[in-house]
Design a protein around this ligand. Structure first.
Ligand SMILES: *Cc1c(COP(=O)(O)O)cnc(C)c1O
Length: 363
């Protein structure tokens, strides 16, 4: 199929074990995939271990307990929820449900890479809207007004990551709301809130309050980032019940395994753990950003658990040198940002290691 042959695959962060094998070393720090180094709530781990005892049973295909818990936590109806194998799964389902070669999807330059992949896989056209420039109020961020201008009669999906990966940038609540108001009823606005738990602390607002008035709004969340469950693969969509019904009809019956469901329920119950890890991570983010500034390295504003750092023409070489000392960060040349590296905020001693090595490499 031509659409599949034309796909450029997603390039994930290099696994720590792979680098350890290649270099024959241990103690590699992975600061490449925006995981939460503090891990999930101990209650989530206990629930997952308990769930293993019944691993011979198929999971609950309806994710009943998790949806009940989410509905209560979010103040939405169970019929508004779709649970996925990570929010990546929901991005695929949204594209499959709403796109065809006759349609297009709008997203931002430097928007999350998966938007392009899921769009192209359906044969639909990608409309990539230039990002805000370095001198703007939100350098490299989404130009939400221009994105709204780009919506045409054949636009079925608009992907907005708020805050965005790999830039860390976010839109003001008024500018996000304005885009949603400008989208016609035939266009779904997919508000990807993978980093909402971090963003909330930095002036980025979630979109739940806009759902009742905007049946074409779809919000995506994940347990992979702040909840520390990236390996378990759980994400969810909050939408109008009709959209949820379409996604639920399309998804594989057992797309979320029983261990993951149990972990997500328990993680959600322990908000205190999640908030503590978000809070220490944001403190570290502030510290790392200041230290990079002292090295004269510019970072995009971030409301996430990572920083997009401007290294310059040596970015690729710096990435390779960091690998050799056991530090994995993320090259973003594939995003059209060849002079940048994205670094996830790790444990304080990992961040110190990164700052030390960077200082030696860029001086
Ligand atoms: C990490 C991430 C996701 C998805 O993660 P899952 O692990 O599939 O839930 C979605 N959107 C953005 C912007 C992300 O950075």
């Amino acid at each position: 199929m031509a659409a599949v042959r034309g796909l450029a695959p997603y390039v994930p962060g290099k696994p720590a074990a792979e680098l350890e094998r290649e270099l024959g070393i241990s103690g590699v720090a992975k600061l490449a995939s925006n995981e939460n180094p503090y891990g999930p709530s101990p209650r989530a781990l206990a629930a997952m271990r308990a769930a293993l005892e019944q691993i011979w049973l198929y999971p609950d295909g309806a994710s009943h307990d998790l949806k009940q818990q989410l509905a209560r936590h979010l103040g939405v109806g169970v019929a508004q929820l779709t649970v996925g194998n990570g929010s990546n799964d929901l991005l695929v389902l949204l594209a499959e449900a709403f796109l065809s070669p006759a349609h297009n999807a709008v997203f931002s330059q430097y928007g999350f890479a998966i938007y392009r992949i899921v769009t192209q896989a359906t044969g639909a056209r990608c409309i990539e809207v230039p990002a805000l420039d370095r001198g703007s109020g939100m350098p490299l961020g989404h130009d939400l007004a221009a994105m709204a201008d780009s919506i045409g009669a054949d636009t079925r999906l608009v992907f907005v990551a708020n805050p965005n990966n790999p830039t860390g940038t976010w839109g003001s609540p008024a500018s996000v709301k304005r885009l949603i108001e400008r989208a016609p009823a035939s266009t779904l606005v997919v508000l990807d809130e993978a980093y909402v738990e971090y963003g909330r602390e930095r002036g980025s607002q979630d979109g739940i309050a806009w759902l009742p008035e905007h049946p074409n709004l779809v919000i995506l969340r994940t347990f992979s980032k702040a909840y520390g469950l990236a390996g378990a693969r759980v994400g969810y969509a909050i939408s109008h019940p009709e959209v949820a019904e379409a996604l639920n009809r399309l998804r594989p019956a057992f797309n979320v395994n029983s261990v993951a469901q149990a972990g997500a329920v328990a993680a959600l119950e322990d908000q205190a753990h999640m908030r503590r890890t978000v809070s220490v991570t944001l403190q570290e983010l502030t510290r790392v950003e200041a230290a990079l500034g002292a090295l004269r390295l510019w970072c995009a504003p971030s409301a996430c658990n990572f920083l997009l750092v401007h290294i310059g023409s040596q970015a690729e070489r710096v990435y390779e040198r960091l690998l050799r000392v056991g530090l994995i960060v993320r090259p973003v040349a594939g995003y059209g940002l060849p002079e940048y590296l994205r670094v996830s905020i790790g444990l304080p001693q990992e961040n110190d290691r990164l700052l030390r090595e960077l200082a030696a490499l860029v001086k």
